[in-house]
Design a protein around this ligand. Structure first.
Ligand SMILES: [Zn+2]
Length: 99
């Protein structure tokens, strides 16, 4: 189950991925699932991003994994360019990565 901090981020973003708007399921936090989600550090920790609220975003599992240690701007550009601004779709239990 998500921690209180994670729940707060989930509620702040109204349960939708902050990148592609996909509706997510609270109890699927951290799950490899099309409605699973993670707390994203918009500006990645690896690049000096903070661990404070302002830098936290709600991201579906696929967005967060494909974004990796890149910035929000990078992923937003890609999602517009390759995914019509929506979260990656899932097929056969896997998020579909486009190039
Ligand atoms: Zn997403």
């Amino acid at each position: 189950m998500p921690s209180e901090r994670h729940e707060n981020v989930f509620r702040y973003f109204e349960g939708r991925c902050s990148y592609g708007g996909k509706r997510l399921t609270m109890y699927l936090h951290g799950e490899y699932h099309s409605q699973g989600w993670e707390l994203d550090h918009g500006n990645p920790r690896a690049q000096g991003g903070s661990d404070h609220g302002m830098n936290h975003r709600l991201a579906c599992f696929a967005c967060n994994r494909f974004k990796g240690a890149n910035t929000s701007q990078w992923w937003q550009y890609r999602i517009r360019e390759y995914y019509d601004g929506r979260c990656p779709t899932w097929r056969d239990g896997k998020p579909v990565k486009k190039h």
